[in-house]
Ligand binder design. Structure first.
Ligand code: 3VV
Length: 157
């Protein structure tokens, strides 16, 4: 596993995301890592992110974790396909979410660590399809599929 979180390679101007931007002082600071052919992030939501009952996570938090982990995963897979290393000093590869489908399979327990994993389904041109799974311990609580779109390179000043 790379020691560097994918989000820690985001340059400061692209580090404002509430879910995963290292530069957002109020955000969740989700950190995703490339681990072989999949990506992984671990996150323990604060107890205030409860759903209808106090011991379950609300769905928006689950979708948010998949949103941020999915785009980071798409970037990591594109770096690998392009034969590049994140943080290589060249213009960063950036993806945003075009669509995200989440299936809530089981209630997600609050108060424990959640593990989100991503796998590349397909990478064609600017489009990356990423398979997502969110688990609490051995229990997969939600699955998802994202279409992430690669943004054009920022204009150099
Ligand atoms: C390993 C190291 C990595 C390092 C990385 C360093 C740098 C990283 C820097 C920063 C990353 C920050 C990441 C944080 C983000 C967290 C997650 C979010 O919350 S993302 C925010 C929510 N998402 C939006 O706000 C998008 C809003 N939408 C748009 O801006 C556009 O619609 C966009 C860019 C997605 C596409 O617009 P177009 O004009 O560029 O391109 P068009 O031609 O429309 O689409 C391209 C292709 O994709 C298909 N497409 C687009 N949207 C689709 C959709 N919803 N469903 C199906 N296909 C879609 C189109 O049909 C087209 O396909 P055809 O090329 O013709 O085959």
């Amino acid at each position: 596993m790379s020691d560097m979180a994918i989000q820690d390679s985001y340059p400061p101007e692209f580090a404002h995301c509430f879910g995963c931007g290292p530069g957002n002082p109020h955000g969740h600071h989700l950190k995703s890592y490339l681990l072989g052919y999949e990506t992984i992030a671990r996150f323990t939501p604060d107890l205030k992110y409860s759903g209808g009952v106090p011991d379950h996570v609300y769905g928006g938090m689950i979708a948010s974790l998949m949103d941020c982990h999915g785009t980071a995963s798409a970037a990591a897979f594109a770096y690998r396909k392009d034969g590049r290393t994140m943080g290589d000093g060249r213009r960063p590869i950036r993806f945003v979410t075009a669509s995200l489908r989440v299936e809530f399979k089981k209630p997600t327990p609050l108060g424990c660590e959640l593990v989100v994993k991503g796998q590349l389904l397909s990478l064609q041109g600017r489009k990356a399809w990423v398979d997502l799974k969110l688990a609490a311990g051995d229990q997969v609580c939600a699955t998802g599929e994202m279409l992430a779109i690669r943004l054009p390179d920022p204009v150099e000043s």
